[in-house]
Design a binder for this molecule. Structure first.
Ligand code: GLN
Length: 303
């Protein structure tokens, strides 16, 4: 076995030995039922080959990782206009916090906290039906991943719609500041469906090739947008644990409460990790540790 394959096997074994899984997201009923003792990593390298360990063909809810794709689609559509409505600064507050919205008059700090993602989806939705905006996000993901076998799980979206009081509060608060162009419930419905997209780690790692600038990647997005997405992943991709993640891993990453992490090693690899149990920041508990192990064993860091 080559050294990358061996490193992945070692990480897989260690994660299972440690058996320290955390709990799946409790506030989304469909996700609360997922068995926590699951783990997968897929790594696509510059030559286009994909190495995986664990349940790499099992679709999981990408949740906030979808915010990267929604951001790219929105930048492709309206470019820098987005930044009049959303900032580009990390926060020390939780992903679903409302606090900074009050101090900054309804302008979310970055496109990866929930409020910022709701505004981004609202911008993508403008002048269209939710199904058209969702088709654009799904189409972009499928093109980036190189497969059409990627779908939205409507039960997960409905489950979040029923229980998403916090996100409803955020959307209506944004609307009160005039920072939503559509009916808040229409924007929220689109956002919940975007978060309910399911992918395997293999598909997710494939979708990150263009972000990593790999030669095997299809040219689906502009180089500038790829760079900017990476910058935001590095500074804001793990919410109030982004500094810690940069310190331990040193690579741009985006987490989701489904337990996934998309990790980019520029010009070297695109990596997807999944383990559904979360830590206190809402990031994958075992997945975060696995990311640090992988960065250490490969020497991949942007620093
Ligand atoms: N759909 C989730 C929410 O809005 C996404 C959050 C996340 O993955 N961090 O709460």
């Amino acid at each position: 076995m080559d050294s990358l394959g061996q490193a992945l096997e070692e990480i897989h074994d260690r994660i299972h030995e440690e058996a320290d899984w955390g709990l799946p997201a409790q506030y989304i009923p469909e996700l609360a039922n997922v068995v926590p003792e699951q783990f997968a990593i897929s790594v696509v390298t510059a030559d286009g080959s994909c190495h995986s360990v664990g349940q790499a063909q099992r679709p999981f809810s990408i949740q906030s990782i979808s915010k990267v794709f929604a951001l790219i689609a929105t930048l492709g559509r309206i470019g820098d206009q987005l930044w009049t409505r959303v900032g580009r600064e990390p926060t020390r507050t939780a992903f679903d916090s409302i606090m900074l919205l009050e101090t900054d008059s309804g302008r979310p700090p970055n496109p990866f906290v929930n409020a910022g993602a709701i505004v981004t989806t609202d911008a993508l939705l403008s002048g269209r039906e939710p199904r058209q905006a969702l088709a654009e996000i799904l189409g972009l993901i499928r093109a980036m991943a190189g497969t059409d076998d990627i779908y939205i799980n409507n039960e997960v979206a409905d489950s979040e719609k029923r229980t998403g009081a916090r996100n409803k509060a955020l959307a209506h608060y944004l609307a009160s500041h005039g920072n939503l162009r559509n009916d808040p419930d229409l924007t929220l419905g689109t956002y919940f469906h975007q978060c309910a997209i399911e992918m395997t780690t293999e598909q997710l790692a494939m979708s990150g090739r263009v972000l990593a600038g790999l030669e095997c990647a299809p040219r689906t997005i502009s180089r500038m947008h790829a760079k900017r997405a990476n910058a935001l992943m590095m500074t804001c991709g793990h919410y109030d644990a982004s500094g810690e993640f940069a310190f331990k891993v040193g690579l741009p990453g985006k987490s989701g409460v489904g337990g996934g992490i998309l990790l980019i090693a520029p010009r070297k690899a695109s990596i997807a990790i999944w383990s559904p149990g979360l830590n206190g920041y809402g990031n994958s508990h075992a997945g975060t540790r696995a990311a640090a192990m992988l960065a250490r064993s490969t020497g991949w860091s942007v620093f």
